[in-house]
Design a protein around this ligand. Sequence first.
Ligand SMILES: *[C@@H]1O[C@H](CO)[C@@H](O)[C@H](O)[C@H]1NC(C)=O
Length: 160
Amino acid sequence: MLLKVAVVTWVIMTVTFHSCLGKHTPCQDPSEENLEAQIGRLAPAYHLLVEKENITPDRELKKCPNALNQTSDLIQDTSISPWSFRVNEDPERYPRKITEAYCLCKGCFMTPNEEDKSLISEPFLMRVPVLQKTRRCVHGHYKYRLTYVKVAQFCNCHLP
Ligand SMILES: *[C@@H]1O[C@H](CO)[C@@H](O)[C@H](O)[C@H]1NC(C)=O
């Protein structure tokens, strides 16, 4: 009898302990594959809009050059408002890393060897679909919802 009570008590305690533990298991991020599938379903143009496969973002940001590189084949080098690319990172978003343009200069090159500071280099922004992490946890995984963020694509020269 005493043994039965002990066993029952032990079972109840173990079950209670495990269900408590279960409640405190931290919520996890869905896998990359799941997030990829989710955004592909919600925003089919995602790949076209967000991925820039042929571009290597700068590790060290570039400074404004003294002169335009007129021998370069790259439009971002020969543009009167030159730009380059960097990584925009956000751990609460999918994709975590987005390649974005940044302007190299404040002004523009109206002549190849001189930055004209009376003009302004400005990024051209485009809204792109991403998934934003929410605080909601379903079946042990955080929910992500579709949203749009503005991402610089290239730089343009503007009058002030
Ligand atoms: C100009 O651009 C070319 C091609 O990208 C590169 O090889 C060269 O080093 C650049 N010159 C300068 C001065 O940055």
